[in-house]
Design a protein around this ligand. Sequence first.
Ligand code: C5P
Length: 304
Amino acid sequence: MTRAGAPPGAAALSEKAPAKVNLALHVLGRRADGYHSLSSLVAFAGAADLLAFAPDPELSLTVAGPTARAAGPAEDNLILRAARNLAACRPGVKLGSFSLTKRLPVAAGIGGGSSDAAAALRLLARANDIPPDHPALVEAARLTGADVPVCLRPQMRMMEGAGEVVGPPLGLPPLFAVLVNPRVPVETPSIFRELGLERGGEFTIQGEPARPVIPPGGSGTRADLVAALASLRNDLERPAIAVAPVIAEVLAALRGTADCALARMSGSGATCFGLYPDCHAAARAAHALRAKQPDWWISATLLR
Ligand code: C5P
């Protein structure tokens, strides 16, 4: 949360929009409205987009940065949808001009668009003196997309329901990770479709929540958390690999790096993460992966 380099006279604010990583994601069933009931442990990365905002009578957005082109036309961006949803939930809210530096891969299972939208809501809250937990902000997030509420306050937490039920920060230790995206976009609805659950059906894959249970006697260390994560899963991995087989290659490449304790897909893919015992092991793994796959997006990062 910083003051951006503002033109004279305009008070510009900026926020990072960190990548969201589903450390585990269990699909519990499919609701009558077609959305899936989920239980997911969500963390946030150092890898992020950057969003700046300056008050202005007109709502506008410009997008630049390495992945700007993949993000599509600015008028379709979730940032504008989030701003309009907040204006509808809280009449009189002052809008302005947003400037997005897009660095994260798009349609990648790391909630880039959702995190950008959540950052826009945080910026509007700051500019309008709206408290961060104000119901209008939470409602605008929910209306904008299933992953936006959890991105509103980016800390490791549980996400349930279709995404709108967000738990408190868990206070778990940060994890050293490498994120890998093979630059193959994956459309979330196609992966849920591939899962093939009946609308309104009671079918559950395995009904337990994706909540890490630190073993009795465990001291809540990073190693305990990684061990607890190993017994959880991402239920979207199988259907995502069926749609985009390169995801299996990404997982194999991560598992082949030295000291990789766990490799798993995030969200509906194609980004996968590997977990490592320390930042040096993560940096070494990222280096080795870049040497083998120079075209993949690879980021060594802390998840918290
Ligand atoms: O809410 P959002 O537009 O981000 O969701 C994208 C798509 O992902 C939905 O249209 C739906 O197909 C699928 N989805 C789902 N269950 C969820 C979240 C998303 O089926 N809990």
